[in-house]
Design a protein around this ligand. Sequence first.
Ligand code: DOR
Length: 454
Amino acid sequence: MTTQTNRTLFLDASLVLPTEVRRGALLVEDGRIIEIDASPQSTADQVIQCDGQTLMPGVIDDQVHFREPGLTHKEDLYTASRACAAGGTTAFLEMPNTKPPAVTAEGVRAKDSIAAEKSHVHYGFYIGATPDNVPELNAASNVPGIKIFIGSSTGNLLVDEQAALERIFAETTLPICAHCEDETTVRANAEKLSGTSNLHDHSRIRDEKAAIIATTRAVDLANRHQPRFHVLPASTAAELPSIANQSPYITAEVCPHHLFFNVDDYDRLGSRIQMNPSIKTATDNQKLWEALQSNVIQVVATDHAPHTLEEKAQPYPQSPSGLPAVENSLALFLNQVASGKCTLTQVASWMSDAPARVWGIVGKGRIEVGYDADLVLVNLEEERTIRDEAQHTKSRWSPWNGETLTGWPVATFLRGIEVWSKAAGFSSIRHGEKLLFDHARGGYWATPDGIGIR
Ligand code: DOR
């Protein structure tokens, strides 16, 4: 009996490999990379002529809020996953603060079923912690990990009582990530500034102190109990000492808005940049960037959290926190490459390889033999201005509206199949699949085959 295989050849691409960028031809068979120095004459069912353009691993965004179920007037898994595909993101890990929140194994399975119907890209869903759902956290299978809101944000998920946090860190086995803003500090600051309608006060209420206290507390829990732990996201320079040089089990991420916006932008952009954790100062922007460069922070993710412009237009503090970002995140970093601030291999590490390794995602995140061909072809020279009306997110706006960036995706592939291109738009068939997680492999500080490197 012969088995039918399907081969795609990506010809004349500038391949962004884990440690170098190399011109070559990439051969994909049945969705998996089988050769990175393939002969241009290789037999294939389909040839994709890359014309020297850059082929990168697809972005894996490990922090998004796609609002389904329950908040689908803001976003849903169809619109959000299209925004992902158009931005070069081939997989996402979604947060549990939907309505109802995903705090049971059943709740997570329900989201998986919706995504199986609707998603244009690969997906996984965190299970949310509550003060008393340890049995549920232990019943969840094939999930990236547990999300704890140590400080509250959109929705009502919150675990800030020490005994409950100790239980979660001690009695569960999945990797853990936490939103780190200290609830007591935030409430005390809000009390002091009660009655304010000044948006600048958002960064005074959710201040540096709130971030440091929560991050230090979470890192202390992680050091004592040793689960895999991921800080989500760092927003201040002051948190960096708590994150740096910690146990190999601890990793951290940063979001584009904490790198590229600061409090001086409130007057220009208003509540479009109201976020939790709040944006901080220009010095924080700089120090966070340096932390990323020096591997104190390993991952870049968006925290894509759309609200409608009508909701955002309410006076502070009624205006909700959150902004959409998945379709511009890769371009924001390619623009940094264009201005010489980082390299393509760094971008691929921060946005693809590191998140895959932090969350034990099997077969994703690299252009390497044996890995899935989840890829994005980019034109490093293309200049494009971000426009609200051109966004695919249901909320149809971007905090970067009006900004011109150099370097944009031109086509996105899942397991070798084009799911979006600038020329042809979206594929009519959806190819998103549930991600596979293998938490035995040891996380970021392990090599892809599971051997510790630190
Ligand atoms: O600003 C935020 N908005 N931060 C979060 O952590 C949640 C998010 C949301 O869901 O709106």
